[in-house]
Design a binder for this molecule. Structure first.
Ligand SMILES: Nc1nc2c(ncn2[C@@H]2O[C@H](COP(=O)(O)OP(=O)(O)OP(=O)(O)O)[C@@H](O)[C@H]2O)c(=O)[nH]1
Ligand SMILES: [Mg+2]
Ligand SMILES: [Zn+2]
Length: 292
């Protein structure tokens, strides 16, 4: 039999064959090799007990892509969720994630949630990222704003929600799909952060078509190893209009005397925050390359 691995939990892998959910264990040889299976993997399994819906995973099919933060495979797109406030939007994390997603071979989508708490603040953020060419949703689970648009983006695709704890990833999924009843948490009043309510990655079938993975929030990620300093700017669609004004084709848009990107950031055609964060990531990539 073949199916979709929807979650790993308590030593079992749960596999959906399109009709039923099977609790599968692993063949010993997988355990020996320490092979990691991820939600989103397509697997082959043998039925052990049909009535109790148990099986054994026999093989994993080749992956189209994989992410490590959050750990999932074969995603069409990653919706990065940030809140207007509570917690305060972390654009460093956002820009890192956007690069990571592209590098992994999935489509990034940005979702700014909790619009009800600060609509003006969100317009400002949209003003930075929409011209940069990213697909976006602006939502509120309280007023229902933007939920239809987000459903439209997710329909018939495999999507993973990623982002810090407390931004409303599980709340959004509950609002998009009323029968899910995922557990949601509060924001710590003292720290202004979420409390890591979601503990496991789980793929859920959407009634309007497609799959979605809810994931635990995280706050730290590193640049993917395979991102090289020289390729970093290619992950910035908003730099593209200005690169032909750089003197050198190999311009890193750092301190080069004639650089279209830097010039655009200086006179406001390009968002200066995006440029500054790029410069920090570039330094990070460069120092890493010097180290190895
Ligand atoms: N005002 C407002 N609050 C929201 C909105 N969406 C979610 N919340 C609240 O934000 C808090 C955190 O929501 P969760 O859905 O648990 O956040 P999460 O991103 O799943 O967090 P983790 O599972 O910890 O990663 C809850 O108290 C929600 O009620 C929104 O659109 N507006
Ligand atoms: Mg959650
Ligand atoms: Zn340049």
């Amino acid at each position: 039999m073949e199916g979709l691995l929807v979650k790993g939990y308590g030593g079992f892998y749960y596999v959906d064959d399109g009709k039923r959910l099977w609790a599968c264990s692993l063949r010993g040889r997988f355990r020996v090799r320490k092979q990691v299976f991820l939600p989103g993997d397509r697997v082959e399994f043998l039925v052990v007990d049909d009535a109790r819906q148990t099986g054994v995973v026999e093989a994993v099919l080749p992956r189209r892509n994989e992410l490590l933060r959050p750990p999932v495979a074969n995603m069409d797109q990653v919706v990065v969720v940030l809140a207007a406030v509570d917690p305060k939007p972390d654009l460093w994390l956002l820009d890192r994630l956007l690069m990571m997603i592209r590098t992994a071979g999935a489509d990034p989508v940005i979702c700014f949630n909790k619009r009800d708490l600060d609509p003006e603040g969100l317009s400002e953020l949209v003003g930075i990222y929409e011209p940069a060419g990213f697909r976006m949703a602006v939502t509120s689970t309280v007023t229902g704003f933007g939920l239809d648009g987000l459903r439209e983006i997710m329909k018939d695709r495999t999507t993973v929600f990623a982002g810090p704890s407390g931004v409303g990833k599980s709340s959004l999924l509950n609002a998009l799909e009323t029968n899910l009843r995922l557990k949601t948490g509060e924001i710590s009043a003292k720290l202004g952060r979420g409390k890591h309510t979601t503990r496991h990655v789980e793929l859920l079938a959407l009634s309007f078509g497609g799959w979605v993975a809810d994931t635990p929030g995280f706050s730290q990620i590193y640049l993917p190893e395979k991102v090289k300093a020289a390729d970093l700017a290619e992950l910035y669609p908003d730099f593209r209009p200005y690169t032909d004004q750089c003197q050198f084709a190999s311009c890193l848009h750092r301190g080069e005397p004639v650089c279209g990107v830097r010039a655009a950031a200086e006179d406001g055609r390009l968002d200066s925050g995006r440029y500054e964060r790029y410069r920090m990531f570039l330094d990070e990539a460069l120092s890493r390359e010097r180290r190895y």
